[in-house]
Design a protein around this ligand. Structure first.
Ligand SMILES: Cc1cc2nc3c(=O)[nH]c(=O)nc-3n(C[C@H](O)[C@H](O)[C@H](O)COP(=O)(O)O)c2cc1C
Length: 157
């Protein structure tokens, strides 16, 4: 079961799919998928798989977006490429952005995602992408939390 938050009145409820109208304010709203929710530096954050975003307008409900992919054969995963083509159609200009990815030795994916968000989407990016050299190396979770805080600071700046 997914948790959804109404983009109009903030009402939160559980349902497999978002309804056509909010059960509380009765408006036809955008609903934020709130299933994996956390709070970073006072900023509400949601973690989603790229495939959970059905249409580009869902991205516009967020003030900041951080996209990521591991690097395989010198490239990001196909799902992230497809996702970025969808995201290109959304109005993301000026929104805060970041990019991340685990890698083994070369780590091209986070850099390419970051560059696309900066140059094509015209987003306001944090200083650099987060490159995690293998998830098994200690300190990765701390680095990811610190990156989340940097995104929150950029958003509040
Ligand atoms: C078939 C294969 C190809 C890979 N190609 C690259 C690569 O071109 N560059 C790189 O930095 N890492 C590469 N990796 C390493 C992966 O990025 C790494 O295993 C992945 O980020 C997952 O991290 P984890 O193993 O710590 O979970 C490759 C791994 C596999 C299995």
């Amino acid at each position: 079961m997914n948790s959804w938050k109404c983009g109009n009145c903030g009402y939160t409820f559980e349902a497999e799919q978002p309804p056509n109208e909010c059960p509380s304010c009765k408006q036809a709203c955008e609903f934020l998928n709130n299933t994996c929710y956390m709070c970073i530096s006072g900023v509400d954050a949601t973690v989603l798989e790229a495939g959970a975003i059905q249409k580009e307008s869902e991205l516009e409900a967020y003030d900041a977006l951080v996209f990521g992919s591991p690097t395989y054969h010198g490239d990001m995963m196909q799902q992230m490429k497809t996702f970025l083509f969808m995201a290109e159609k959304a109005a993301l200009k000026g929104k805060t952005g970041g990019a991340f990815g685990a890698f083994g030795w070369s780590g091209e994916a986070p850099d390419r995602i970051y560059d696309t968000m900066e140059h094509i989407f015209k987003m306001k990016m944090v200083d650099q992408p987060l490159r995690l050299k293998s998830s098994r190396v200690q300190g990765g979770i701390q680095a990811a939390q610190d990156y989340g805080k940097a995104v929150a600071e950029k958003l509040n700046a």
